[in-house]
Design a protein around this ligand. Structure first.
Ligand SMILES: [Zn+2]
Length: 185
């Protein structure tokens, strides 16, 4: 399951790059489930892995199940506290309004994202809510770490999905009462 911790990293203090690599792995888990590939990793104040999350909005029928929220819920339940001071979240896509709000409520120390999201990103793309002085006293937000890897995963996913839809349309355009073998000698 994407919410279980990768065993090789349990107990280690992770660098930013190592954390983002794990987040990218979570994004791949999401893609394998047919979800838009976004992954997140939460490190505790000690720099050790606390939780991971993969986007699962479609399979859970739940628009709040973005990777950041999945990781955040797993971490707060594990710690037994709705606030995670000192913790850092790494996510492969710029957070949306909902996720940034939740991350600020949790009082994380840092949020680091990879690829920009020109459609719903509120950490510089659509809005810059992370800089709002009355919203954010606690959390440093920065973007662009391994942006190209994360963006490539998204491009691959959407290209494959377009190709699948095209094939599906072609299959549907063959009248159902007509076998492809009709007219064959
Ligand atoms: Zn979100």
């Amino acid at each position: 399951m994407p919410t279980s911790l990768p065993p090789q990293t349990e107990g280690d203090v992770l660098s930013d790059a190592q954390a983002m690599v794990l987040a990218l792995e979570q994004a791949q888990c999401a893609a394998q489930m047919g979800e838009v590939p976004v992954g997140a990793v939460l490190l505790g104040a000690d720099g050790r892995l606390l939780s991971v999350g993969a986007n699962r909005t479609v399979c859970d029928h739940d628009p709040t199940q973005h990777a950041e929220i999945v990781a955040l819920r797993a971490a707060t339940r594990k710690v037994g506290n709705y606030r995670l001071p000192g913790a850092s979240l790494f996510v492969t896509l710029e957070p949306c309004m909902m996720c940034l709000g939740a991350l600020l409520h949790a009082r994380l120390s840092r949020v680091v994202w990879a690829a920009a999201d020109p459609k719903t990103g509120v950490c510089g793309s659509v809005e810059s809510l992370h800089l709002h002085p009355t919203l954010n006293h606690h959390t440093r937000v920065s973007g662009g770490l391994m942006a190209e890897d994360a963006a490539q995963a998204l491009r691959d996913f959407f290209r494959e999905r377009r190709e699948q839809k095209k094939l599906q349309k072609q299959a549907e355009s063959v009248p159902s009462d007509q076998s492809p073998l009709d007219g064959a000698p």
